[in-house]
Design a protein around this ligand. Sequence first.
Ligand SMILES: Nc1nc2c(c(=O)[nH]1)N[C@H]1C(S)=C(S)[C@@H](COP(=O)(O)O)O[C@H]1N2
Ligand SMILES: [Mo]
Length: 198
Amino acid sequence: MSTTRGFFRRRSGDDERLPPGQYLERGFPVLSAGPTPHTPLDQWDLSITGAISEERTWTWEQFLALPSEDFTVDIHCVTTWTKLDTEWTGVSIDTLLDGVELEGGYLTALCDGGYTTNLPVEDVTGGKAWVAYRYDGDELEPEHGGPARLLVPHLYFWKSAKWVRRLIFREDDEQGFWEQLGYHDRGDPWLEQRYQGD
Ligand SMILES: Nc1nc2c(c(=O)[nH]1)N[C@H]1C(S)=C(S)[C@@H](COP(=O)(O)O)O[C@H]1N2
Ligand SMILES: [Mo]
């Protein structure tokens, strides 16, 4: 079998992992709608609030003591880059919701700095989403959402809210920052749900 130099740049199968309209990115671009917040860890906490049977808050220490998972996922930004096999450590949303009854089908992720994004509950439960605090073997850098960010890799990356502090559960879907500006309420990259109406 003959091969070319270019053949080695991609492993076979990578193309099938690219959603429509996406290209393969090797770097890790930073996309932030505002300045990077630097909340001291002793002032940081994470809460689940709203339409749930019991609101909960974790300090940084309590959050780190929760059972965590290492996971490797592909991420897809709506600006058309896709990065394969990114390695993270985080706490599954299922773990945060363990023993809590949900009273609504949607949530808003609220971040330091005020960024918000909306999601259906089904997209963050069942092992599909985490609050991640380590990336590629290191603490998550502030530019990429440290100390902790939401990671919902099966949806466009704007749903993966950096510097997340609160998950607000709701009965009705309420649009977040990019969604109010015309981006899709769900954002499935395989269905190319970039804008409202896609
Ligand atoms: N708090 C917050 N989270 C955010 C954003 C933001 O501006 N603020 N940008 C979103 C967008 S559009 C993308 S593509 C990813 C970028 O994450 P990165 O900078 O780690 O690549 O974060 C998402 N989460
Ligand atoms: Mo994005």
